[in-house]
Design a protein around this ligand. Structure first.
Ligand SMILES: [Zn+2]
Length: 276
């Protein structure tokens, strides 16, 4: 072995430890459905705490500073938005949201009951809405969060986040996630480490898994053929959590993937570390 080897090894170690200390954040996009990364007026060791629209927001350290990582709702109005801060030199900071026009999508659903559910279905949908809401509102304190994601399914992106949708000509809520086309049985993988916060079989979403990545960053996987994890399971990046299917309201096999920050659905593409 050459004399240079131990030196090279040390150098590699230093580089590696340096790289792992810097956490990955989503790409900022100051638009409805995007993510704001806002410097907080604090530089102590203790993290300040921050709220946006009365919801606790993620706070991470980058270099010497603290940053709030904030999900902006699709319904947000363009203009100035305010973050409330505790444990910093100022108790408010603001950021500006710009307008974004999302495309329209018209879909034909053959099963009319999926477009206009009956009374019994509506009671089920109301129950499930509470369960789904509780999963998205979950908060788990973690000192740092890995918010750089791999794509959970190997397949083409078939329907982007934010599309303004019409089912059989009737306007419905905008698309709150990203669809990835893949055949039934394709593995669905955790895009980053986390804890399974809920699983269920829902009227619209079919077989569904929620992963809590810490500090209000929650991801949801829908329409699965099969679920391979259970509530409270700890998952690592790349771990198979289920299989692609077509359960719930679907027109074909695909994964619907939602990403949520401070209980706000945002564009999952902003979190992908490898752009496609
Ligand atoms: Zn979808």
């Amino acid at each position: 072995m050459s004399k240079a080897w131990p030196g090279w090894w040390l150098c590699w170690l230093l580089l590696f430890s340096g790289a792992s200390a810097a956490i990955e954040l989503p790409r900022p996009a100051l638009v409805p459905g995007g993510v704001a990364i806002v410097a907080l007026p604090a530089n102590g060791e203790r993290p300040p705490r921050a709220w946006y629209r009365d919801r606790r927001v993620m706070v991470v350290r980058q270099g010497e500073g603290w940053y709030a990582v904030i999900g902006i709702p699709l319904s947000a109005k363009p203009g100035r938005h305010t973050v409330t801060v505790k444990g910093a030199r100022q108790d408010h900071v603001s950021f500006t949201v710009k307008e974004k026009k999302y495309r329209e999508q018209h879909l034909t659903i053959k099963n009319r009951r999926m477009v206009n559910p009956n009374a019994k279905d509506l009671a089920r949908i109301r129950r499930e809405k509470q369960e789904i809401g509780a999963a998205f509102a979950h908060w788990r304190d973690t000192p740092q969060v890995d918010a750089g994601f791999i794509l959970p399914v190997d397949g083409p992106l078939s329907s982007p986040f934010g599309l303004r949708r019409f089912f059989n000509g009737e306007p419905r809520k905008p698309h709150s996630g990203l669809d990835i086309a893949a055949s039934k049985g394709t593995p669905v993988r955790a895009p980053a480490p986390g804890v399974v916060v809920a699983t269920g079989n829902y009227f619209f979403n079919g077989n569904t898994v929620f992963i809590d990545h810490g500090q209000g960053l929650i991801t949801m996987y829908c329409h699965m053929n099969h679920i391979d994890v259970a509530k409270d399971d700890v998952v690592v990046e790349g771990q198979v959590i289920g299989r692609v299917g077509m359960t719930g309201r679907v027109t074909g096999a695909h994964l619907h993937w939602s990403v949520s920050l401070n209980d706000t659905r945002v564009d999952p593409e902003l979190f992908l570390t490898v752009s496609r």
